[in-house]
Unconditional design. Structure first.
Lengths: 292, 325
């Protein structure tokens, strides 16, 4: 246990040596906090019709309405407080990103580890599928799914999972292959442990570090892709407004100079995706032995 | 070599078949193909005619065969909205998309490779750190939002560049393009820059990573110890060796530029096939959707095949490994 603790504290010392990554991590935690507690921290509930007044529409940032309510980031075309909309939007964007990431991670590491474990024809087939899928850009995979099967929240999820799983499978296989040559696998086999147990209790935990790196970068990518799809009107439905949809809604007001409606949700999206990317980038450098 | 190309082509063919099955089943099995392929405003006679034309009264395997043979003959149905053959619509809009993608690729390369090499050769300078930080920013900023910012700043606020459309077309050696007129260039600049930003970031990072690894190789030390000038070491020894992965990626990136142009074209109202597909998805113009998917998938499969073969020519290790498998 102390060994574990030491490893974690060593890891933390290494990680926090990079100030930018550390700040990004703190920002990311703040964003997660806001997203999780959106109903509590938001000044208003933007989707509660009784608290939204059309008279307040398109107010610039910092203005107050007749009842003294302050809109720090202004209001949108329907009179909703932008700050609250952004908090609720973050909740949807992060939720969809995280959920699709976890499902893709599970599917991808299952196929990756099992490919490295069983080798042979099975491995060739799995990795060929991965290669072929990775040769298509993510937006195209998503467009194919949505164009062929229609719009909807479950199609968006399927598209997001599909574009991610192949990365996890490739990463899991690469590190599982290294683990397969180590002695503890021979030891586990001597103890006559089942294949499933060796794969998921012995190999998988040792492949987690690179999977986490890929996971952070992929989640950022998924959030950004979902925003793109929602902006195009092909992603989440209007009843689940994510940041992408907020930006899309603001786009039409932009030519009339009401910049805040689409700029602020975009800034929120940028900070979210950027902080995850910066953390992931630093993690990748830390785990890359060639740079040490 | 021949056996490698043969195996690789066979795989491409398989991907095409699978993709056509996915598109076909998406249209025919998930919903009612009559709803999907017949104009909703058509009368009973028209509906029966289309059913007969598309063979929708036949068994499903035969229908797939119809679909494939029709596709091979270039018959992908008529657009509900425009009333023209879907294939023709897409081919008409293809030059606009290709010109946009080519111009962005050009921007991405002429900025990406020098910046990436600089960051790789002098990794600890302030300039390099700035380059790398901006490349992460380029990765993190969603394309569509950068497009909005560009429009807001250059078109709405400064009023320097137009934000919609393709502008005046010029003709050069029989090719019509906005790249040949000043007005056209002013129209293409913003969307192309928008599209290039993401690719530029990935080229910078790739070039930097390649440079950093190659600079440590023995042959670079050897070249330097021979007294070769630093310029020559960088321009010949380093650049040539990083080019292999970069050429592959640029090849693939071109395809991804075409795919991502859907987003940029929508933001900048660029009349290319990307905007067409998004509009068609909105309008449920299924013949156009199906035609677009088939064309873009075929395009990608051939592009990948081409890049792989090129790669195996550039790097003999690849084809030896692949043939053994």
């Amino acid at each position: 246990m102390t060994g574990n603790f030491k490893r974690i504290s060593d890891f933390w010392t290494d990680f926090s040596a990079n100030k930018i990554a550390l700040i990004s991590l703190l920002i990311f935690f703040a964003i997660v906090f806001v997203a999780v507690f959106a109903p509590i921290v938001s000044p208003t509930n933007p989707y509660d019709l009784s608290s939204v007044d059309i008279m307040d529409s398109r107010l610039p940032p910092g203005s107050t309405n007749y009842s003294g309510q302050i809109f720090l980031l202004g209001t949108d075309g329907a009179g909703r407080d932008m700050l609250s909309s952004i908090f609720y939007g973050l909740r949807v964007s992060l939720g969809v990103g995280a959920l699709s990431g976890v499902i893709a991670l599970t599917i991808g590491s299952f196929f990756g580890v099992s490919a490295a474990f069983f080798r042979g024809k099975y491995e060739t087939i799995v990795m060929r599928i991965v290669d072929i899928q990775l040769s298509f850009p993510s937006i195209l995979v998503a467009l194919i799914i949505i164009a062929a099967f229609g719009k909807g929240i479950e199609k968006t999820m399927i598209a997001l999972i599909l574009v991610q799983w192949a990365y996890y499978a490739r990463t899991a296989r690469a590190s599982a292959l290294v683990e397969m040559n180590k002695e503890y696998i021979d030891a586990a086999r001597c103890l006559a442990f089942g294949n499933t147990r060796i794969m998921f209790k012995h190999i998988l935990p040792n492949c987690l570090a690179p999977l986490i790196v890929v996971g952070t970068l992929q989640t950022a990518h998924a959030i950004s892709l979902e925003a793109t799809l929602s902006f195009l009107g092909l992603g989440l439905p209007v009843t689940e407004p994510s940041l992408g949809l907020l930006i899309g809604n603001g786009f039409e007001y932009m030519y009339s100079g009401d910049f805040w409606i689409s700029i602020f949700p975009g800034v929120a999206l940028l900070i979210t995706v950027g902080s995850i990317n910066l953390v992931g980038d630093h993690l990748r450098d830390m785990f890359n032995p060639r740079l040490h | 070599m021949t056996s490698y190309i043969f195996k690789r082509s066979l795989q491409s063919l398989l991907v095409l078949v699978i993709m056509s099955l996915i598109v076909f089943s998406g249209v025919n099995l998930v919903g009612d193909p009559v709803d999907m392929l017949v104009n909703p405003e058509a009368d009973q006679m028209e509906i029966e005619r289309v059913i007969k034309d598309l063979g929708l009264d036949k068994p499903i395997t035969e229908q797939y065969w119809y679909f494939v043979t029709n596709a091979f003959q270039g018959d992908l149905g008529r657009s509900f909205i425009f009333g023209e053959p879907a294939l023709k619509l897409i081919v008409q809009r293809m030059p606009a998309t290709i010109e946009l993608a080519l111009f962005s690729l050009f921007i991405a390369i002429i900025f990406g490779i020098p910046l990436g090499m600089y960051a790789g050769l002098k990794p600890n300078t302030r300039v390099s750190r700035t380059i790398m930080a901006s490349s992460i920013l380029g990765f993190s900023m969603p394309t569509f939002w950068v497009g909005i910012l560009l429009i807001m700043f250059f078109a709405v606020y400064l009023g320097w560049l137009p934000s919609t459309g393709r502008g005046e077309l010029g003709s050069f050696m029989g090719v019509q393009s906005s790249l040949f007129t000043l007005d056209g260039l002013s129209h293409v600049f913003l969307p192309a820059f928008n599209l290039a930003l993401f690719k530029m970031s990935s080229i910078i990072r790739l070039t930097r990573a390649g440079t950093r690894e190659i600079i440590l190789q023995d042959y670079i030390t050897f070249a330097r110890s021979k007294g070769i000038s630093e310029t020559r070491v960088v321009m010949v020894h380093v650049l040539r060796n990083i080019l292999i992965p970069i050429v592959t990626v640029i090849g693939l990136e071109f395809g991804s530029l075409i795919a991502f142009s859907t987003v940029t074209e929508t933001v900048f109202a660029w009349p290319g096939m990307g905007k067409l597909i998004i509009d068609s998805i909105y309008n449920l113009d299924r013949p156009v959707i199906v035609a677009y998917l088939l064309i873009i998938v075929t395009f990608f499969v051939f592009l990948n095949l081409f890049v792989d073969i090129l790669y195996s020519i550039l790097d003999p290790r690849v084809r030896v490994k692949e043939t053994r498998e």
